[in-house]
Design a protein around this ligand. Sequence first.
Ligand code: ASC
Length: 151
Amino acid sequence: MLKTALYTSLFMSACLTFPAQAQFAKAEDAIKYRQSALFVMGQHFTRLAAMAQGKIPFDAKAAADNAALVETMSKLPWAGFGEGTDQGGNTKAKPEIWTDNTKFKDAAEKMQAEAVKLSAAAKTGKLEDLKSAVGTTGGTCKNCHDNFRNK
Ligand code: ASC
């Protein structure tokens, strides 16, 4: 009983000390999490890009499934960019993510908004809709990479 109370109070003071990281045990975990989410999103987006570019045949069902995954994955990386996660692991994150955080959040929100549109476009079953949405969504990926990721 006493032990539980002790651990509870230790845990709560840790949460107060590291609020932004509360959901990750350490910075390396947050970095691995955001990189993993972006990697999975990139894999599914690449399949859509391949269809849009005619590198693989257009398959409406596969397009809708991949786009739905891009939309879901687009929500995840951002929790991994908390304070104190600017260094660690093999991060390529630029300091501007934290020093110009409003701009970063804006870029992240634009990408998520385009991912929603991409998913809707993939459901129409028209290759032309997919092509156009892949172009605009890819632009929001590139924008973030250009401004917030080291080479
Ligand atoms: C991809 C992928 C990205 C984007 C970006 C678009 O397929 O993984 O991060 O496209 O390269 O410019």
